[in-house]
Design a protein around this ligand. Structure first.
Ligand SMILES: [Zn+2]
Length: 485
């Protein structure tokens, strides 16, 4: 702490006085604000004008900002769900705890140890045990704190899935527990120590090292209460216990949190309560992601072109894009042409009036993607080689299954190069073939969470992105690449 004080004083070419020292110790909060002064980035997650529409007079003067227009004119996804809240967007501080502060007493043990320590504490009966939980239920977020020994509990519905998160509810439960701890101390029940049991490692870890997380307001209140506990010499420890282990106190907190959420779902919330609701940036991000996904699916349905692609991909998702990850230029180029059937083969060229007839040189049928990949006797050898290169996927006559299979992608592209049937790929730089990374690097970089509906890395090509050259072969403009930030 001394170091920080001196740093600040040096900045002002001043020296450490007893007064300043005293002020720093007594009012840590001042230093936190001094540190916040050096913040970078916006103070508010979302501008005020998105939570509350500015008056007509104000709008007449300056008009909508682009984000306001998105919310108010187009009914964009950032607009709060109608009738669900009257609260505010969260704002976040650069620091909620001075870096020199001692971290609170928080214990996160391994599963078995956490349970046995919990059982010991209950058996010895020297502590007052408080349990907290947060829960998402029927679209609403509930939070709870229960003290089985006193038959006491506090619950609240803190928002909907559109405005809040379960993580925030877990933090809010701990906040309730700490506030109750202070009340208990006021009532002079000081004979015992207190333990707060939470089943959220995420919330506890954030308390140990608070950052600019979404839901920081709850963490901020926790830290405040913890500091008061220290000031008043209250012995309080926070401990992690695993959820769903039939620990009665934890189960009671779980039920209480669900009940709180249900109060929201049944619309039994007092309107005044909703004023306290904070709209979290994390929930807003989720809404943006969802609305992007919805727009994508809608566009996919509406799109009339690209029938071959639609056969391969009935509904777009993050997994759709994974097919293209780590493929080098020539390989992905060939695969896009095959999968969209916009390719310099006779059948397609004939269809767009660039050839007199659609037939393959073998004379057996039109030169289509199916014909060359599955049937044409002219490429028997290359096809045999292709199948031998595909590992972990059985030989099939189902063209769509083959083109959908990521394990087959590189072998298929190599087949096209081997056959030299497309002028464009007669001379291919070996550097442009195959994948970018070795398989293990690729596995590491692969998105860990499949359920996430994020628009991930990679390329998404539509038939529209492809244009024909007069020479008769197809070139490709790779567009629509969205990089995750
Ligand atoms: Zn043929």
């Amino acid at each position: 702490m001394r170091r920080y004080r001196i740093l600040i004083l040096n900045g002002h070419r001043s020296y450490l006085t007893v007064d300043f020292n005293h002020t720093c110790t007594e009012n840590n909060i001042i230093l936190i604000y001094i540190l916040s002064y050096f913040r970078t980035g916006p103070a508010f997650a979302i501008p005020d004008g998105l939570a509350n529409r500015r008056t007509d007079d104000e709008l007449k003067l300056g008009g909508y900002t682009p984000m306001e227009a998105h919310a108010w004119k187009k009914g964009g996804c950032l607009l709060a769900p109608p009738g669900t809240l009257a609260g505010r967007w969260e704002s976040r501080l650069a620091y909620v705890q001075a870096p020199w502060h001692e971290p609170p007493k928080i214990m996160i043990d391994k599963r078995e140890k956490a349970i046995s320590v919990h059982n010991d504490i209950i058996r010895k009966n020297e502590h007052i045990a408080i349990y907290t939980d947060g829960s998402g239920y029927q679209g609403y977020i509930g939070t709870s704190m229960v003290i089985p020994a006193f038959g006491k509990q506090r619950t609240e519905c803190i928002g909907t899935e559109g405005t809040s998160t379960v993580y925030a509810a877990e933090a809010c439960g701990i906040k309730f527990a700490l506030e109750t701890t202070l009340q208990i101390a006021d009532q002079n029940i000081q004979t015992k120590k207190l333990v707060i049991f939470s089943d959220s490692q995420a919330a506890l870890r954030t308390l140990m090292n608070p950052r600019m997380v979404s839901g920081q307001t709850y963490i901020h209140d926790c830290i405040d209460s913890l500091r008061k506990c220290i000031d008043e010499d209250i012995d309080v420890t926070l401990r992690w216990i695993p959820g769903h282990e039939d620990i009665p106190g934890n189960e009671a907190a779980d039920r209480a949190a669900k009940r709180a959420a249900l109060i929201g779902a049944r619309r039994q919330i007092v309107p005044g309560d909703m004023d306290n609701w904070t709209i979290l940036a994390a929930a807003a991000k989720r809404r943006i992601r969802q609305s992007t996904k919805d727009a994508w699916e809608k566009q996919w349905d509406k799109q009339k072109a690209g029938k071959p692609t639609k056969k391969l991909v009935p509904q777009p998702s993050k997994r759709t894009l994974q097919y293209w990850t780590f493929l080098r230029k020539a390989t992905s180029s060939i695969l896009i042409q095959l999968r969209t059937e916009r390719i310099g083969l006779a059948h397609y060229l004939w269809r767009i009036n660039r050839r007199e007839q659609p037939y393959c040189a073998c004379g057996l049928s039109g030169q289509s993607v199916r014909h060359i990949l599955m049937e044409c006797p002219l490429y028997e050898n290359e096809r045999g080689l292709m199948w031998s290169r595909i590992k972990g996927f059985r030989r099939t006559t189902d063209l769509q299954a083959l083109l959908r299979e990521k394990k087959a992608a590189i072998a298929i592209a190599q087949f096209i190069i081997d056959t030299r049937m497309l002028d464009q790929f007669r001379e291919v730089d070996p550097e442009a073939v195959g994948t970018y990374e070795s398989a293990e690097t690729a596995a590491q970089l692969e998105p860990a969470n499949d359920k996430d509906t994020d628009v991930g890395t990679c390329t998404n090509a539509h038939a529209d992105d492809i244009f024909m050259r007069d020479t008769g072969y197809v070139d490709l403009k790779r567009t629509g690449a969205v990089r995750r930030t």
